[in-house]
Write a protein that binds this ligand. Structure first.
Ligand code: NDP
Length: 444
């Protein structure tokens, strides 16, 4: 049996009931076959893949808090410190009822390669809780965040592990967590990114993942003889990534005609009104029915359906496994020629294969959504320097980073004879640097 197959089997048997983690490991290791086969003896002796797929450390803890009725609630918190070969652990905190250890491990594993691709010195980690901020009062969210940080603060620090936002963790949650960290540890340091501008946040961090997605997509199109102008774009999600992806797509001359949330989706043939979407989602924290009620050109539909709309480019920006084989078939039948992942692993393995077989340009999330973590690393640099850069400065660096990422993965794909396969290219380009650092640091 090949070394890759052995390690995949080992991961599945040693981590039962973690299907998302298995999926992420399979996707990465399968695409690394050419590199691993070329170095099989050395990597085996070093147990390199076993080390790569085992987190350096993981924490699971109780998070008790009191709701507005005086009732004590108990959630579970997680932090997985996956790999620190190239820098301190870095990765977001997800607050969503679906969160479990397997999901945090899948996200942390992906984060290793994503962070490496940015070219910045950051290792891979991820955390979160099964707490659902939706429908909670500000006081309840604060009570949860303070309790969560009371435990988490023992394991993180500006030079060891720097969490950020993710699904359910926005500026409000980061603020409450930062306040509690400072109170308990007594230090004012850049321990979290995604902070507010008045206390060490970076300009353009809010926009970074969505904008970065479009910068990379634009470069991918350019290198394949296309551009964004007048293209029809389908976006899923209506959170941080989806909103700023929509805004940048419009700035680049395209028209985004859909957004969604976990209960339904909107088709707006005149183009999504970003200001209205922000008001509904960022200010009122409301459902998309409110968007549709205020926008005469918009049609609201219950359930899933974004990928049934005719589009040139699809940008899944909601959550994992939200674009399956049937969706992929529908997109291809409707003439979609490019898919770039704003979310983490939104496309199933079968759907990715189908899109690639049908010559759809496909940019995987670990490259396409790396703008968020890259700008988080820029926030860390500003905190260390005790300086704040201008929006234009940060946005310019973000643009250069995303263009560079695209060329790195494009080059890696060409080097291994799979030109145009950006999934393989991203995994190889991310892997090479991490492996080099791991081997240099000996058995650890
Ligand atoms: P938000 O919480 O801001 O928004 C998430 C959006 O996805 C919401 O519209 C939400 O709808 C929808 N959604 C969440 N879960 C589901 C589900 N199970 N089914 C259908 N819709 C769902 O998160 P972000 O925009 O920050 O993150 C979106 C994705 O991007 C995630 O995969 C995240 O890991 C990834 N990502 C985010 C980065 C960032 O900087 N924010 C960086 C890199 C990746 P509803 O409001 O109804 O729950």
């Amino acid at each position: 049996m090949s070394y890759v197959d052995e390690v995949i089997d080992l991961v599945v048997s040693k981590n039962p009931a973690e299907p998302e983690f298995h999926q992420a490991v399979k996707e990465v290791l399968e695409s690394l076959r050419p590199v691993v086969e070329a170095n099989e003896e050395k990597f085996r002796k070093e147990a390199l893949l076993e080390r790569l797929t085992n987190p350096e450390r993981q924490f699971k803890f109780r998070v008790p808090w009191v709701d507005d009725k005086g009732q004590v609630q108990v959630n579970t918190g997680y932090r997985v410190q996956f790999n620190s070969a190239i820098g301190p652990y870095k990765g977001g905190l997800r607050l969503h009822p679906s969160v479990n250890l397997g999901i945090i491990k899948f996200l942390g594993f992906e984060q290793i390669f994503k962070n490496s691709l940015t070219g910045l010195p950051i290792g891979g980690g991820k955390g979160g809780s099964d707490f659902d901020p939706k429908g909670k009062s500000d006081r309840e969210v604060m009570a949860f965040c303070q309790s969560f940080m009371t435990e988490l603060c023992k394991y993180i620090g500006a030079d060891t592990d720097v969490p950020a936002g993710d699904i359910g963790t926005g500026a409000r949650e980061i603020g409450y967590m930062f306040g509690q960290y400072k109170r308990i540890r007594g230090v004012y340091e850049g321990v979290l990114t995604g902070k507010g501008l008045s206390y060490g946040g970076s300009l353009a961090r809010t926009e970074a993942t969505g904008y970065g997605l479009l910068y990379l997509t634009e470069e991918m199109l350019k290198c394949n003889g296309h551009d964004m102008k007048d293209k029809i774009v389908a976006v899923s999600g209506s959170g941080n990534v989806a909103i700023y992806a929509t805004q940048k797509a419009h700035q680049l001359g395209a028209k985004v005609v859909t957004v969604s949330d976990s209960t339904g989706w909107v088709y707006d043939p005149e183009g999504i009104d970003v200001d209205l979407l922000k008001e509904v989602k960022e200010v009122n924290r409301a459902r998309l029915t409110e968007y549709a009620a205020k926008r005469p050109s918009a049609q609201y539909h219950e359930g899933r359906g974004v990928w049934t709309v005719k589009c040139d480019i699809a940008l899944p920006c909601a959550t994992q496994n939200e674009l399956d084989l049937e969706d992929a078939k529908q997109l291809v039948a409707n003439g979609c020629f490019a898919v770039a992942e704003g979310a983490n692993m939104p496309t199933t393995l079968e759907a990715t294969q189908y899109l690639q077989e049908n010559k759809v340009l496909f940019a995987p999330g670990k490259a396409a959504n790396a703008g968020g973590v890259a700008t988080s690393a820029l926030e860390m640099s500003q905190n260390s320097e005790r300086l704040s850069w201008t929006f234009e400065e940060v946005d310019g660096k973000l643009h250069d980073i995303m263009v560079n990422i695209f060329h790195n993965l494009d080059d890696a794909a060409k080097r291994y004879g799979v030109e145009g396969d950006y999934v393989v290219g991203a995994n190889i380009a991310g892997f090479e640097k991490v492996v080099d650092a791991m081997l240099a640091q000996g058995v650890c």
